[in-house]
Design a binder for this molecule. Structure first.
Ligand code: G6P
Length: 612
């Protein structure tokens, strides 16, 4: 999620690192920093804000230094402040490092390092633990020390470090997080993202999970976790800068759709104890007493986040028995809601900056209600003003149409509902186990859904859809909010007028609009209401509508009644929205591409809506 750059050679490191960090900034980051080697010591400069803010605090005369590391931070642990910005240093400032990812066992390591080994910590980050841990093993060889230290670390990471005692040498490793070494003439570079390297070289060596590398201006030594040397072929990058920013995809939206398995996995990381099926959300900061006393929830959000809230209502009510009202923030504010003691407000906002959502949050707090924020941006206005925050760790989302942030909002709501059920003893252990097993399976299932052959089948229907100016999405029960989100996505980026209807409501009006060939996307994933949904699909069929069904493997009757079908892997009704949202995103995406629209920046819309 963060950006990493490193340089060793004979050019001015600071200028090259800043340039590299700027290349990564297109994703939107919250702080930046550098560490440079200078005559036996390290110079550290870091700052909350943009790379330009970092540049403005750099002392003159740094142009003699030719070795350094740099970082742009997207906060996960600790607010975006100067102190929490990377690099982080060992006690004696001998070692500095930058990190991308999450260290799951950082609390435990920190306790050991601070209490037993006497290390002093100054930031709120999980990253700082790594600097002190490597220092514990450091005897003059940073590669060796990092290899020993990382054996104790659980999590996902890219780490790039340097030591004041090893001039010209950078050391790095990775686990479930990218790292690329760029090969130059009498210089070498390292980056978490190819975009930061392209201006200097197209020749790269890609580090694999669990490998370590030591890099100087003329040498690259790669080893595995046991210290065995590894020969790595040179990989020549052929993408241009724009394609590289998009990870080789045509649009950010498609890249972000494809990132969903990882985003969902990250959001669950550290929050589920697989062995006991316990949800670990103590970090949220609510006491058991507070959660037990809740008599009603309001979920408040805008746009896509509102649709996540509609799914959340169903999930919280069914797992806890607590009633939930869901409101669009701009309506909640002005409808004089009957706010009372023992009610809690959940606001959902990807950006954490949406003006109406923020105003609704303030209204709730003025009425003395506790507010939980579900957001993707650490340090955002919503996160600062809420009582407690559940961060979705989806990483930066650039396309205006929200995809991966939405799926992680759903996951956050499932986890919160399960946690409530656990605290209030309202969910049967067998149900909890079934849902937890289902959640753990989601990343793998999402990967299967995103496989090329299933997408190809869907593209054909999108060509038909793109020729129409109107379409319908129908579904019952939990399929209904997914239909609403699908219709919103299609409207936003393809400019096709799309309406979502509770399938049972078709006959009360919209059926009059069903004509030969009109696209109708039918969500039929809910076993509990499958027969009812099938009857509604028949109503459409009888009038000639072209039905594309999204259903589950094994729901055989569906295929007989529709023009095209997209099968999801088997999933329990409650979790189906996480999977079924994905084909609707792809439908919107390919319809928009077919119509030649600007997918990532649709007309009249903005990513973050800070006006009322
Ligand atoms: C805008 C965006 C949507 C988003 C909505 C709410 O309309 O285009 O993608 O769902 O705002 O944004 P938030 O950041 O609060 O989730």
């Amino acid at each position: 999620m963060c950006g990493i750059v490193g340089y060793t050679g004979n050019r001015t490191a600071a200028a090259l690192l800043l340039e590299g960090l700027k290349k990564l900034e297109y994703r939107g980051y919250d702080s930046a920093g550098l560490a440079l080697q200078q005559e036996g010591r390290l110079i550290i400069a870091k700052k909350a804000g943009s790379v330009a803010d970092l540049e403005s605090i750099l002392e003159p005369g740094l142009d003699q230094n030719t070795v350094g590391i740099g970082h742009t931070r997207w906060a996960t642990h600790g607010k975006p402040t100067d102190i929490n910005a990377h690099p982080h240093c060992s006690c004696g400032d001998e070692i500095a490092l930058v990190h991308n990812g999450i260290i799951e066992n950082h609390q435990e390591l920190k306790e050991w390092l601070a209490t037993d080994q006497g290390h002093r910590f100054i930031s709120e980050t999980d990253t700082e633990v790594l600097a002190h841990l490597i220092e514990e093993f450091y005897e003059g060889d940073l590669l060796m020390a990092m290899r020993k230290a990382m054996k104790r670390v659980i999590g996902s990471y890219t780490v790039l470090a340097l030591s004041s005692r090893e001039p010209g040498r950078l050391v790095c490793t990775r686990q479930s997080s990218p790292l690329i070494i760029g090969l130059g003439e009498n210089e070498n570079l390292v980056a978490s993202d190819i975009t930061a390297l392209l201006e200097h070289t197209r020749n790269t060596k890609i580090l694999e999970d669990g490998e370590f590398a030591a890099i100087t201006a003329d040498t690259i030594e790669i080893i595995d976790a046991d210290g065995k040397a590894i020969e790595r072929e040179v990989f020549e990058v052929t993408w241009d800068l724009e394609a590289a920013e998009k990870g080789g995809f045509d649009h950010f939206m498609l890249k972000e759709i494809m990132e969903q398995p990882d985003a969902v996995r990250e959001t669950m990381r550290q929050r589920i104890d697989h062995s006991s099926y316990k949800i670990q959300l103590e970090d949220l900061g609510f006491s058991a007493g507070e959660l037990q006393a809740i008599e009603k929830f309001y979920i408040i959000a805008c746009g896509t986040a509102y649709h996540a809230g509609l799914v959340g209502k169903n999930v919280i009510e069914s797992l806890t028995g607590i009633p939930v009202e869901v409101d669009v923030a701009s309506e909640f504010r002005y409808r004089e809601p009957l706010l009372k003691k023992n009610q809690m407000v959940i606001v959902i906002s990807q950006s954490g900056e949406t003006a109406d959502t923020l105003a609704a949050l303030r209204l709730a707090r003025q009425s003395d209600l506790k507010v939980l924020a579900i957001t993707n941006v650490v340090g955002s206005s919503v996160s600062r003003e809420a009582d407690h925050v559940f961060y979705t760790w989806a990483g930066p989302e650039i396309a205006v149409a929200s995809t991966k942030a939405y799926l992680t909002q759903l996951v956050a709501l499932y986890l919160f509902a399960l946690y409530l059920g656990q605290i209030r003893n309202s969910t049967k252990p067998a149900i909890t186990e079934q849902i937890v097993e289902g959640l753990i399976a989601l990343p793998g299932q999402l990967k299967a859904i995103l496989a090329a052959d299933s997408i190809n089948r869907l593209k054909q229907y999108c060509r038909h859809l793109a020729g129409w100016d109107s379409a319908f999405f129908i579904g019952r029960n939990l399929d209904y909010p997914v239909a609403m989100e699908g219709a919103l996505k299609l409207k936003e980026i393809s400019y096709i007028h799309a309406e979502a209807y509770a399938a049972g409501e078709l006959k009360h009006g919209p059926l009059a609009l069903i004509i030969e060939g009109i696209p109708v996307i039918a969500l039929a994933t809910q076993k509990a209401v499958l027969d009812k949904t099938l009857s509604n699909i028949q109503e459409v069929n009888a009038r000639g509508g072209a039905v594309f069904a999204i259903t589950q493997e094994g729901f055989k009757d569906v295929v007989r009644q529709v023009d095209a079908v997209f099968y999801l892997p088997p999933v329990i009704d409650l979790l189906a929205p996480v999977l079924s949202a994905v084909p609707t995103q792809l439908i919107a995406y390919y319809a928009a591409v077919e119509r030649g629209h600007s997918v990532d920046k649709p007309r009249n819309l903005a990513k973050s809506v800070t006006v009322e």
